[in-house]
Design a protein around this ligand. Structure first.
Ligand SMILES: Cc1cc2nc3c(=O)[nH]c(=O)nc-3n(C[C@H](O)[C@H](O)[C@H](O)COP(=O)(O)OP(=O)(O)OC[C@H]3O[C@@H](n4cnc5c(N)ncnc54)[C@H](O)[C@@H]3O)c2cc1C
Length: 380
């Protein structure tokens, strides 16, 4: 679909495309970079991108970044996921970095934001075994002690904690009040005493972890923002989290679509390309139309957020997350069906794209929760 991009943005898209084709354009390259699909992040490739100045795209210039807004960030995320670059650490890094940028001390900003531009990875941990969609029900506690806090409790589903520098931890510091009160954000080094990080086996490989805190000391200087105000601080980051996930998944969806079209044009049965059968051709047309609509939605909301970065676009950001992740799941599933048995074979990677998209409607707030949020904005 033709996109109205400035020359500078067109150059960025081309540069990312060239980089991905060169560095991770073949299955052999991707297998090597990801330990045969088991790891979604390759630090060496990530640092190459840092050296090109790309990872600091949304970091303020004061901290060595490019100081760009939501539009460029979404462009970068979309094109790297389209190019299948194994840099899964970037998503949580950007989410955490934005929180430090908004609420952190100058020291925290220097460490984290300058680290981002050099290719360091950050993680964020809210979810617990008993607090998923109802994340404010979390029970991991940080109790006051001399000079800081002692953290005890379990967290789960923490993406990238096994190679991140710090975890942006949300823990309960207050007693009484509503469940949204008394929550505090902390910057916890991943090598802190009393913190155990244990990988969770998933169909996507190694990317998420359980965290166990046992009397883990965090000093007062590790508090991010205001004690007790973590909930409102989290709400301020919602635009970003949903846009990031939407942009990543739209890139994957476009990739799955292009790979599917290439396959059904080539594959012949009954003496003709299978894509020429109306039952496939019409579904291809429907997917192309849906992708174009999702692209317009993403671009439009990204531009609106860029124009008013401090406004929460609850409805629109949830629409982006819902639409792009559901579409990515649909397109990869359709791709698999249209490739017949070969879609199921690891040789063609449609199955890998499907495994990547199938969980995207769960993390970062499930599709059910996004629909709930959108519904609520209509007073329902
Ligand atoms: C791969 C992966 C990476 C993740 N990364 C992180 C991370 O880095 N940091 C982090 O903190 N968390 C992370 N998460 C956690 C993620 O945000 C949660 O899994 C998600 O919010 C859903 O919580 P849950 O899995 O406990 O499901 P549950 O909340 O138990 O939901 C189960 C089902 O019930 C539905 N449901 C629940 N409540 C409602 C409701 N009110 N109305 C309608 N339906 C409802 C859900 O939509 C879902 O279908 C990650 C999860 C995964 C799988």
């Amino acid at each position: 679909m033709p996109r109205a991009l400035t020359d500078e943005r067109r150059d960025l898209v081309k540069a990312i495309g060239d980089f991905c084709r060169r560095e991770c354009g073949t299955k052999e390259q991707r297998d090597k970079l990801t330990a045969n699909g088991q790891e979604q992040h390759n630090q060496r490739l990530y640092e190459k991108m840092a050296a090109l100045g790309w990872l600091g795209i949304a970091v303020p210039e004061k901290y060595d970044g490019a100081g760009r807004g939501m539009v460029d960030l979404c462009l970068f995320l979309q094109e790297t996921s389209y190019g299948r670059a194994p840099i899964s650490g970037f998503g949580t890094t950007v989410i955490a970095a934005a929180a430090y940028d908004k609420f952190g001390t100058d020291t925290q900003k220097r460490v984290v934001l300058e680290g981002v531009t050099r290719g360091r990875v950050e993680a964020i941990s809210m979810s617990e075994p008993g607090a998923g969609s109802d994340v404010a029900a979390l029970t991991c506690r940080a109790e006051r002690t001399a000079g800081g806090y002692l953290v005890n409790g379990q967290k789960t589903w923490c993406s990238n904690a096994h190679f991140a520098d710090h975890i942006l931890l949300i823990a309960r510091t207050g007693r009484g009040g509503t469940k949204h009160e008394g929550l505090t954000q902390f910057m916890v080094p991943t090598d802190a005493d009393g913190l155990r990080i244990r990988g969770i086996d998933t169909m996507g490989g190694k990317d998420v972890n359980d965290l166990y805190f046992t009397d883990t000391f965090v000093p007062d200087s590790a508090v991010v923002g205001t004690p007790g105000q973590a909930w409102s601080q989290l709400m301020a980051g919602l635009n970003l989290e949903r846009m990031i996930l939407g942009a990543l998944m739209l890139g994957v969806a476009r990739r799955a679509f292009d790979d599917t079209v290439a396959y059904v044009r080539r594959r012949e049965q009954f003496g003709r390309a299978v894509g020429s059968f109306q039952s496939l051709k019409h579904r291809i047309a429907d997917m192309a139309t849906e992708l174009a609509c999702a692209q317009l939605l993403l671009d439009d909301v990204a531009a609106a957020i860029e124009a008013e970065p401090d406004r929460v676009f609850a409805r629109e950001a949830s629409m982006v997350k819902l639409k792009c992740t559901e579409l990515a799941k649909h397109v990869t599933l359709e791709g698999m069906q249209m490739m017949g048995g070969y879609g199921y074979a690891t040789e063609y990677e449609m199955e890998a794209l499907l495994r990547q998209t199938v969980v995207s409607t769960v993390y970062g707030g499930t599709s059910e929760i996004q629909r709930d949020i959108i519904g609520r904005t209509y007073g329902l």
